[in-house]
Write a protein that binds this ligand. Structure first.
Ligand code: PEP
Ligand code: MN
Length: 341
């Protein structure tokens, strides 16, 4: 930590802070500038008292942190980047994985038809919500365990691993039994008990960015997963809430380079929740790949107009097929490829 004293501080005031730094268990290093005295406090904050309390002294201008609060997810821990293993796939390596499927699992026919079609088009992982976090309690809440069973059946049929949302701590072991990746949704991105429960299942976790989450908060939410013994974490940008209402959310593509520099873990983009309109999804996917996304999470439905949730943003199978072809040259242009099964 660095403590900056106010200009014109007396030597007694300066000494008072130096003494306090030592009392709290840190070694002070004093730098005297033209106007300011700066005290560097050396010590590990995890095993000492916090220095933030120094802000209460009137002669202190600012107490600044040198080390980042996110430690295990920090790229410094693993400069070359971590690959998350999902079945045979390694997310975070040069091949870009496309996870695709319906917003909600609605029934066997809808899921199987979508699963087979997205696989044929080139997706490597099947998505589908069985527990749905709906804004209104009167909207379709998902098929629950029956939906999980259908996802497991679709995996058997297609060989594609499946990703589905974990909505409640109580369901952690049940969802982990059926799913290959646990998705933590935007509404639960800072539900720390849920993050811990997800981590403890040992399944890879995909953590969506909260609706109004700053990068540091998102990184620290991810820190809960690693701190609880699970290093298989992916961060997924899915749009944040801004003043703009033309799009459902504001998809923050700058999150890709920011998160790629802050963390060693893969960064995924969900353009479907991000844009909320099917006609914007293709451009968002192209941009995401150009900006360095490691995977995409895309909603696809055999008949979006009749979908039980998120109809406006789901791609038809034909549009998804076309999109997959369009992504190949963009991946190649940035030295990557689209992963295949
Ligand atoms: C979803 O993937 O269908 C979903 C509900 O996601 P989010 O948590 O990003 O809204
Ligand atoms: Mn959805």
């Amino acid at each position: 930590m660095i403590i900056i004293l106010k200009p014109g501080c007396s030597s007694a005031e300066e000494q008072e802070i130096i003494n306090e730094v030592e009392t709290l268990g840190y070694k002070p290093h004093i730098v005297r500038g033209v106007e300011h005295v700066v005290i560097g406090a050396v010590g590990d904050e995890r095993s000492h008292h916090t220095l933030e309390t120094l802000n209460n002294f009137p002669q202190v201008q600012e107490v600044m942190r040198v080390q980042k609060r996110h430690k295990l997810v920090n790229r410094q821990c693993h400069p070359e980047g971590t690959l998350v293993q999902v079945g045979e796939h390694r997310i975070g390596s040069a091949p870009i994985h496309v996870m695709a499927g319906p917003c909600s699992v609605e029934g066997e026919k809808q899921l199987m038809e979508t699963a087979i079609a997205v696989k044929e088009a080139g997706a490597t992982i099947l998505r589908g919500g069985a527990f749905k976090p709906r804004t209104s309690p009167y909207e379709f809440q998902g098929l629950g365990e029956d939906g999980l069973k259908l996802l497991a059946r679709a995996r058997e049929e297609t060989g594609m691993p499946v990703i589905t949302e974990l909505l409640s701590e109580n369901h952690a072991s049940m969802v982990a039994e059926y799913a290959d990746i646990l998705q933590i949704g935007t509404r639960n991105a800072q539900n720390f008990q849920l993050l811990i429960a997800a981590a403890k299942t040992g399944r890879p976790v995909l953590l969506k960015r909260g609706l109004s989450m700053k990068f540091e908060e998102w990184l620290l939410a991810g820190e809960y997963v690693l701190a609880n013994g699970n290093a298989n974490l992916m961060f997924c940008e899915r749009g944040i809430r801004t003043f703009e209402t033309y799009t459902r959310n504001t998809l923050d593509l700058a999150a890709i380079p920011v998160m790629k520099s802050e963390t060693h873990l893969p960064v995924v983009i969900d353009p479907s929740q991000g844009c909320g309109r099917a006609q914007l999804v293709k451009s968002a996917c192209r941009g995401s790949i150009a900006m360095g996304a490691d995977a995409l999470l895309i909603e696809v439905h055999p008949n979006p107009a009749e979908a039980w949730s998120d109809g406006a943003q789901q791609l038809s199978i034909a549009d998804f097929r076309e999109l997959m072809q369009e992504l190949k040259p963009i991946a190649a242009a940035v030295g990557r490829s689209i992963a295949t099964l």
